[in-house]
Design a protein around this ligand. Structure first.
Ligand code: EZ4
Ligand code: CO
Length: 437
């Protein structure tokens, strides 16, 4: 071992020994959760309809914790990051020290942030919260501070090639009890549109094989969207929450125009109006429209949202636990957002596994500034591979009361669905220019 290496189980020098005597002379007994030594960890890849990467951390107590490590279209990069660079460092460490391990992986890497790194960090973090809940015999939402609500409002995805199809599909969600529905439609004059599903009540963004290509016209899109929401309001009235995702394709001033034109239809939110690398873009949109704004499914850390939150440029932050470094980091992000009246609205597409969904639901049930939870149903095969305690009833999700996250991973069933290369599509303008999503 090199001379500057610290043994994994060493106690930091400033730790107070458990038998220390206080200044008053009384003996202070510092309660401590028992040490839970990590004995090993394994990464699994399965494709029950789509690819998922799962981290399982094992301990000397025989308990294991599960974390989601799926990065849509870049799955193997995270597998390698975990196998080669994270797992060797975990073995022998104390799984009960979640915060310390988070900083070990974040600060210790030197190369901070980025989707691959932060997905790997999130996978470890989820697995450690799962382990702590199991070790203490409580669901994770109890560890966070307990339930702030009785259920987690979810929104579903309605889509169709035509406005008529979308209207019918929104109706199907309302029949199932949903209070909130995202609506996306094909655009007249464009052969295909991302976000328009291939099946009823189910939508999967990635496609097997190499990336397919869509053709995009912002002007055709902008002319069409207000028509869709006028029809939806005329049909279903004002009670249902309606949401829409622009997938980062507009300029700030185009987003401002769309926001204005949608104001009469009172959207719950307009999502990803512009690419958000440039947080200042939202100042322009905000100056022009009262349509609520949501962004953040591609963010990795608090720094991606700092300006947006502290200048109150958005209403909902969509960074999922999976992209944002897990529960440990996202609760700091949520606390900052709470100060500025920004609510959560976690990403919950099918490319986040049931482990992320479970972790999100524990977080959502607790977090004071909860807004809404995206919920795209997984395939039946996915549910078999990941048996879970969470449930949907009458528009609301609940994480259940199983200890930890309440999700398992059936290694044998998973093995019957081997990895298949899959990608999100790419998007080109009518003249062939490669465009934003
Ligand atoms: O494009 O999850 O709001 N949901 C979305 C998703 C994302 C995919 C990317 O992997 O925008 O469909
Ligand atoms: Co989105």
């Amino acid at each position: 071992m090199p001379s500057n290496a610290t043994p994994p189980d060493s106690t930091p020098p400033d730790d107070t020994p458990p038998d220390a005597t206080s200044a008053s002379g009384a003996s202070t007994s510092v309660p401590s959760t028992e040490r839970l030594t990590i004995t090993g960890a394994e990464v699994f890849v399965t494709c029950p309809g789509r690819n998922f990467v799962t981290l399982r951390i094992e301990t000397d107590e025989g308990l294991y914790g599960l974390g989601d490590a799926t990065l849509n279209g870049r799955e193997k990069a995270v597998v390698s990051y975990l196998d080669e660079h994270v797992i060797p460092c975990l073995v022998g460490r104390d799984a009960s020290r979640i915060e310390d391990l988070w900083y070990f992986l974040y600060r210790g890497a030197y190369w901070r942030r980025g989707p691959v790194t932060m997905t790997a960090v999130a996978a470890v973090d989820m697995a450690l919260w799962d382990l702590k809940g199991k070790a203490l015999g409580v669901p994770v939402y109890q560890l966070l501070g307990g339930a702030s609500r009785t259920g987690v409002m979810a929104y579903g995805h309605a889509s169709g090639e035509t406005v008529d199809e979308v209207v019918d599909e929104v109706g199907r969600y309302l029949d199932r009890g949903y209070r909130a529905v995202r609506a996306q439609s094909g655009v007249p004059g464009l052969p295909s549109t991302y976000g328009v599903g291939r099946g009823k009540l189910f939508y999967e963004p990635a496609e097997q094989g190499l990336p397919s290509e869509h053709v995009w016209s912002t002007s055709k899109y902008l002319d069409h969207v207000p028509t869709l929401f006028r029809r939806l309001r005329d049909t279903y009235g004002s009670d249902v929450h309606l949401l829409h995702d622009a997938h980062h394709r507009l300029t700030p001033i185009q987003a401002a125009r769309l926001g204005q034109e949608l104001e009469p239809h009172r959207l719950f939110w307009l999502e990803d109006a512009v690419p958000a690398e440039n947080q200042e873009s939202f100042r322009i949109i905000r100056q022009h429209t009262t349509t609520p704004l949501a962004v953040g499914e591609v963010f990795n850390t608090i720094y991606d949202a700092q300006t947006l939150v502290t200048e109150q440029l958005i209403d909902y932050l969509r960074t999922s636990l999976l992209r944002g470094g897990g529960i440990t980091h996202m609760r700091k992000v949520a606390a900052l957002a709470e100060l500025y009246n920004v609510k959560t609205g976690f990403h919950g597409a099918t490319d986040l596994s049931p482990i992320t969904m479970a972790a999100a639901l524990h977080f959502d049930l607790w977090v004071p500034n909860f807004g809404i939870q995206e919920y795209m149903r997984h395939t039946e095969a996915t549910k078999e591979v990941f048996p879970h305690a969470y449930s949907f009833d009458d528009g609301y999700l609940h994480p259940g009361d199983a200890p930890g996250l309440g999700v398992d991973y059936d290694v044998e069933k998973a093995a019957s669905y081997p990895y298949e290369r899959a990608y999100l599509p790419v998007n080109r303008l009518e003249d062939g220019t490669l465009f934003h999503w």
